[in-house]
Design a protein around this ligand. Structure first.
Ligand code: SAM
Length: 291
């Protein structure tokens, strides 16, 4: 049974009276090449544990199970859990968990799996539910998971944003945040007509590889992200104005920017991570002194 075959998806849909939920971002893959792109891009080997986000009817899950030691798939929709009992029947190395990825303690999950047996690496895969792509990415990165890579499909536009260079229109807070924790490479682009039902936008698969140490050294991570967020909160404003949303005075902002060697008339989208780090360290020191 080829789960990516549209006629198979239709038959499953009819058998289980399943209705695609738009609000859960249910767009199932119908393209073998795209599935191979994710599985091969992730580089799954027989000693790896794979965590899949949003397995749907189990299309990627089955493909990953052919290569991995075990696949742990987290799916929010109870109806799909029932369907996967049928579609993934032949696999004994798949475990499906009914839950919300955003509420799942992945570190704990990985720890428990590693207690049961040894795995060489942990790899995350998924055709992400598009309505929560950024929260999922930030959760995966902020929880500093012990994962080798995360090879995931997302809207092409978000993929472009996380791979953007300073100075480009698509460069934003998420670019700086993802870059701080990881390196990103493009695996493939996938047209919107390769899904059932087709979403409005095209997609891309990217491989996100966590860095051993963050891209830049900062005295305080929370301050770094506070500055990045503030600077991009009104991206058309100059830094000397956008940073005011934090409540810092004009004098403090001017002083920190001068000491960091950053012209306050520049906009957030022109700054690289190193410059944000210098600004954040400046504010951190200032706040430490005044405490
Ligand atoms: N992997 C399947 C495929 O490629 O055909 C389905 C991908 S579909 C784009 C996204 C899947 O994520 C759906 O099955 C949806 O029900 C599930 N999902 C949506 N929100 C979720 C959440 N918060 N936690 C876990 N799964 C979620």
């Amino acid at each position: 049974m080829e789960l990516y075959d549209p006629s198979v998806i239709r038959a499953i849909k009819n058998k289980y009276k399943f209705k695609f939920s738009k609000s859960l971002g249910q767009n199932f893959l119908t393209d073998k090449a795209a599935i191979d792109g994710i599985i091969d891009g992730a580089g799954i080997t027989a000693d790896d544990l794979v965590i899949e986000i949003g397995p749907g009817i189990g299309t990627l899950t089955a493909a990953a199970a052919e290569k991995a030691a075990k696949v742990l798939a987290i799916e929010i929709d109870r109806n799909l859990i029932e369907i996967m009992k049928f579609t993934l029947l032949e696999y004994n190395n798949i475990e499906v968990i009914n839950g919300n990825i955003l509420d799942t303690d992945l570190n704990e999950l990985i720890r428990k799996e590693r207690e049961k047996r040894e795995y060489r690496r942990v790899i995350v895969i998924g055709n992400l539910p598009y309505y929560i792509t950024s929260p999922i990415l930030m959760k995966l990165l902020e929880s500093k998971l012990d994962v080798h890579n995360m090879t995931v499909m997302m809207q092409k536009e978000v993929a472009e944003r996380i791979m953007a260079q300073p100075g480009s229109r698509t460069y934003g807070a998420i670019t700086v945040a993802v870059g701080y924790y990881s390196t990103v490479s493009l695996i493939e682009e996938v047209d919107h007509d390769r899904f059932m039902p087709p979403p409005k936008v095209d997609s891309a698969v990217v491989k996100i590889t966590p860095r051993e140490t963050p891209q830049v050294d900062v005295e305080d991570e929370a301050m770094f992200f506070k500055c990045v967020k503030a600077a991009f909160s009104q991206r058309r404003k100059t830094l000397q104005n956008s940073l005011k949303v934090t409540g810092w005075s004009k004098e403090d902002i001017d002083q920190v920017l001068t000491e960091a060697g950053v012209d306050g008339r520049r906009r957030a989208e022109t700054l690289d991570a190193g410059e944000f780090a210098k600004i954040a360290d400046g504010f951190y020191r200032k706040e430490s002194i005044s405490r």
